[in-house]
Ligand binder design. Structure first.
Ligand code: MG
Ligand code: MG
Length: 281
């Protein structure tokens, strides 16, 4: 889930707190892996949402997005997963539409367990996806890891955004401005805000104990987005596709440590003959 509120506090975590966030993050990773094993053309996003919620509760977690208050103009979020299809950027609702060959689907999941949150996301290609859209997925994932590399002591928030923006724009894509990454811990959304654009050497200094949800949201066409009348779903203004990948990252001993993992997703996709990995197409 992205973030668009201001003036929330910044907290630096202890080693034990980081381990608790890791546990929640890994439950999200496993949930995304479960989704990856079931995703294919013909399946509804409502079905994927249902199995995700059951899995989280079976593992003593609570879905963090369900009932989340979006603000004065938004109702509480209605589901466990944000399911954002094609031109939807983030915060889409699961529904009874069947996934179709050629779709891309961002699946964003949050859990809270033992009082700490995990929040991460993966964008899946369904069946045969256009090569230029697969490139959007590949570049967005690369942007995530380039941003993570910058999450180190001695760097600033702007260094993360700069790395993400440079790589996206070099490849002809654009950066969503209205939604940003965020701190994560005892709250789903903590300071600092983490724009996916920025200037080197600008913004808050990064320190040990900071835990960040880094989440590039990158558009195929123009950068502009709008919100649908449901109070949540963000779509591209030009109707072109958008991709989203997210990891939870702690700064420990000066360096970034990724608390979440795409290993479960990638193992499941390797066995899921209905989905081709971007690299394989
Ligand atoms: Mg998220
Ligand atoms: Mg998030």
């Amino acid at each position: 889930m992205g973030f668009n509120k201001e003036k929330l506090p910044i907290f630096y975590k202890t080693k034990d707190e980081i381990e608790a966030i890791r546990e929640s993050s890994l439950l999200v990773s496993k949930t995304l892996g479960l989704v990856a094993s079931h995703i294919r053309a013909g399946v509804t996003t409502a079905y994927l949402d249902k199995i995700a919620e059951e899995f989280i509760r079976d593992n003593k977690g609570v879905p963090a997005f369900k009932g989340y208050e979006g603000g004065p103009d938004s109702p509480p979020f209605p589901a466990t997963l944000c399911m954002s299809l094609n031109e939807q950027v983030v915060h889409g609702f699961p529904n009874d539409r069947e996934l179709q060959d050629g779709d891309i689907l961002s699946v964003d999941c949050g859990v809270v367990k033992n009082g700490f949150y995990g929040d991460h996301a993966y964008t899946f290609p369904i069946g045969q996806v256009r090569a230029d859209v697969l490139k959007l997925l590949k570049v967005t994932k690369e942007c995530l890891y380039l941003g993570i590399e910058q999450a180190a002591v001695g760097k600033r928030i702007g260094d993360i955004g700069f790395a993400i923006q440079q790589h996206a724009e070099k490849n002809g894509f654009t950066i969503v401005r209205e939604l940003v990454g965020h701190g994560v811990g005892k709250m789903l959304h903590e300071a600092p805000e983490l724009p996916n654009y920025g200037k080197r050497g600008k913004g808050t200094q990064l320190q040990n104990g900071l835990v960040l949800a880094i989440e590039p949201m990158i558009n195929f066409g123009k950068k502009d987005v709008k919100q649908l009348a449901d109070g949540w779903t963000i779509v591209t203004a030009d109707g072109k596709p958008s991709a989203h990948f997210e990891h939870d990252v702690a700064i420990i001993n000066g360096k970034p440590v990724i608390l979440s993992t795409f290993d479960y997703v990638e193992e499941a996709l390797a066995k899921n003959k209905n989905i081709l990995q971007p690299e394989a197409q």
